[in-house]
Write a protein of this length. Sequence first.
Length: 339
Amino acid sequence: MKILVTGGTGYIGSHTVVELQARGYEVIIVDDLSNSSIDVLDNIAKISGKKPLFEKFNLTDQEKTTAFFKLHNDITAVIHFAAFKAVGESVEFPLMYYRNNLLSLVNILQGMIDNNIRDIVFSSSCTVYGQPDLLPAREDTPVQKAASPYGNTKQICEEIITDTSISGNIRGILLRYFNPIGAHDSAFIGELPLGIPNCLMPYITQTAIGKRPFLRVWGDDYDTPDGTAIRDYIHVVDLARAHVIAVERLTGEKCKKSVEVFNLGTGNGFSVMEVIKSFERTSGVKLNYEIMERRPGDIVKVWADTDFANEELGWKAEKNLDEMTRSAWNWELALEKKK
Ligand code: UD1
């Protein structure tokens, strides 16, 4: 079976490709390499022994997307990662985000319908919950008005898939990720942020390796035990495994509805300070950090109710916080060695 992975050279995409290959799937990646490197293909092959098929183009190009699907109408299912994902940038350039994230999905769904490809797994986010009134966040926790154009594209994409499933022959699984961190144990693939990272984990490892002078901890006066904000960090390999299970649920006719939604988290919340302590423990490096004002737009705390994913998908995140921070550090060290 051939699986299309859009954004397959990116962070979560590349880890998912490796898991798909390990289960015997043939993978074809479409990526415009706007936020990833072609070298990822060789690094995937170092792990799996197999270089995935690859086509470079931007999925907002309808002609190219149509031609692609016509040529590859033997695709069994699509996992759609390709999207812009920086919250701050989306506030500055909203149309860039709406154009890229929405048009690519529309073109993909059209290509699927035209070629009788039914199944899609979509990369969504816990950002759709905003700051929930009740924790942990369940899949039926009300979706709140998005705080950024990025978040809004995730909500609209969920709606586009749902609407399309009603009229077209499309089935979807929407995976709402909490905070993916860490890297593959081999340290051949990992997160490669372009420029200054926004997210916590790459900022920590880049500070520890000396690329950044210090980490800014955004606020220590939140209503949490140590005052820093709480998130549900999940190892990217655990997350990647869930995509293979989602594909098999769709293709194996196990879905109970035409569109299903699952939270992908560990169910545990950790504060920024707890992540820093875990990192110091697993790396043996003392981290420079300073407490700053709160970051605008940040929520106080969120973590996942994972019961539905555990029961229905038969999937559970297995790796703990120390395994996440250790693998993130090993990846940073591997990047440093390559220089
Ligand atoms: C961000 C996105 C979210 C996306 C998720 C996936 C926002 C508002 N949301 O979540 O939509 O799905 O990534 O990865 O950006 N922190 C610091 N110093 C730093 C960086 C982060 O203290 O230099 C803190 C943040 O304030 C936050 C925590 O670390 O409390 C996690 O931040 P981050 O990694 O940026 O993720 P989120 O903001 O939770």
